[in-house]
Write a protein that binds this ligand. Sequence first.
Ligand code: PEP
Ligand code: MG
Length: 758
Amino acid sequence: MPTTSASSAREILTGLHDVMASRLGAQAKLNRVVKIIAEAMASEVCSIYLLREGVLELFATIGLNQSAVHVTKLALGEGLVGTIARQVAVLNLAEAAGHPEFAYRPETGEELFHSFAGVPIVRRERAIGVLCVQHADPRAYDHLEIEALQTVAMVLSELIANAGLADKAASASAATRDQGSIRLGGLRLVTGMAKGIAVYHQPRILIEHTVAEDVEEERRRVYSAFRRMREQIDSMTSLAEFGTAGEHHDILATYKMFAYDEGWSRRINEAIDSGLTAEAAIERVRQRMQMRMREIDDPLLQDRMHDLDDLSNRLLRIVSGRLGTAAQMGLHADAILIARNLGPAELLEYDRRRLKGVILEEGSLTAHVTIVARAMGVPVLGRVRDVRQGIGEGDEVLLDVGEGAAFVRPTATIEDAFRAKLLVTQKRRAEFAAMRDMPPVTLDGTRITVNVNAGLRDDVEALEMMGADGIGLFRTEFQFLVSASLPRRETQQRLYKSVLDAAGDKPVVFRTVDVGGDKALPYIDTAEGETEDNPAMGWRALRLALDREGLMKAQARALLEAAAGRELRIMFPMVSEPWEFDAARAIVEQMRAWLAGRKKVLPTQIYYGAMLEVPALAETLDLLLPKLDFLSIGTNDLTQFLFAADRANPKLAERYDWLSPAILRFLRRVVREAQAADVPVGVCGEMGGRTLEAMALVGLGLTRFSITPVAVGPMKAMIRSLDREAIMPAMEAMLAAPPPDMRLALTAWAEAHGVSIG
Ligand code: PEP
Ligand code: MG
């Protein structure tokens, strides 16, 4: 036997290379292949089984009876060969007949042989065949021999796929394919239903060529790919300080560890030495590590495997030059996008007509990617475990976020049920749409203002469609997020003007840019060359804008010019102390004076508002309120700061409830103070768009909401079924002596009082 897997594999690969390049037919090629392997491995038997029409057929052998070829067939899971294919795992046995799954096939004559080693032939993570060797002596093959067999199996997979000999491997893994239809549970991030085809944000690379022509060239390719990948990871690490990469720090730390791991690059180089192309070597090492990890039942290790898998895919994409995300590759017309996590800008790259739904392995309710998806009207299921094991590229997926579930490869029964439910949902939506012109008035006659949150030009349509009162929060930074470079003042002005035109008589509140935090921009150095440990609490939003006066002035002028001859409403984000509001207002006023000096048409009236999202501001409200035309509570940031819980951290996504006494009491205090000062106060965070939460907020005395457009219908239904005179004392009582579970208590109250909470 050869002494190393590399030399053994190289010997076989050299032989295989000639066979593959020959003009022989596929059957003749495989006949030659088994002979080459048997000789190189000094085995008496070498056989190849291929998956054809769902069963494993003995396709070529040396050492077994030739009459058994195309006759011996095993189901998936049947016998040793079937077990290897089903589990996509290696079997290495000194005594084959001693294995519980051993199935004796007399026609093969295999009773003469004792030892058995078999490896799956894998394509798209699924076994399309099995390669095995057998020996008369009862001995186990050593791990180097097994490695050599696995390397050869990789090359065979190319030959077999090219010749179309085996069933097409369209899906993720044999394990999941065998499970057929599965249900994956997750966290409801953006409710909705969608049917589509699974598309990975970072597509998996299918390896086309496995045998190297020139080992040195392959070595060079992998070397430069490693260098590029390390550069990418390093720059992602600095970007991630602002969350743009959509990745979390601990993941990036692991990425970095693997990316610089000498062991990993060495193993890839060894695989290249054995005669594989750079792509095949990366894949080979990935498969090997995956198999090792699978044997160790440790969730932490599994997570690391996940990271390594990501990184192998990244390296593969670099080496094969296929770098783009699915957004840049011609998206399927009904795509259900699958990603570990996404940044808001990455999501905005997708064509919203084609993107039907998103499944994330991470994600949280108030992360900006979720808010953007909500604005785009794309349902999102988050925190879904085992996505990669469960869903293959191209699989059919039914997304029912209301149920907190994704159904993969659904059966006809599941599809029927889904379709029926979709009809009901559409009917409900139609009912809500029919409420378009009905005012949101409570049973006791209080008119509640229901505005919508927007940020994209198309959102304005929602205003008309949903029958909302106006736009209570226009997130101007979305335009910055979708641009490759800083939007020019004229471009900003055009957008603002078109929004005002579309809104007509309805008021629009423009929030000045809120960048930084999880909304970093590649073209603004929001860190000024430094990294922030805590970007959400860092130099973001108004803090940044006040220091970068040019940015703020350009936006102020764009807003003033866009609103020439009409009312303008401007709101500043992340005001932490009253002077920041004064400074921001002063910049706008300065621009107004400047324009007036040039005899430009000015807005007829400017209303200035502040967002309350930093708790400290509540302590100085008495100083700020007299200067304000309105106050808007941003509960997304406010709760993250009140609870000291990062809004984008998936581990905390479900930990704290908006319906907690702490939040509700805090809000009550702010609402009372603003009302006492006669300053209109509303809520514009995601909390306000949830019917039960909104009911509680009405109970605190709030009458102004700015919510996500799809929530307008359910919100109106809730308001129209709510008696404000009854909920207010009920909330008082609950806040004085909070029940153990506020959500439960409020749900019970809503049910008892016939409030429609959906
Ligand atoms: C908020 O923080 O609640 C808010 C409305 O602003 P954003 O979500 O854009 O930070
Ligand atoms: Mg905010």
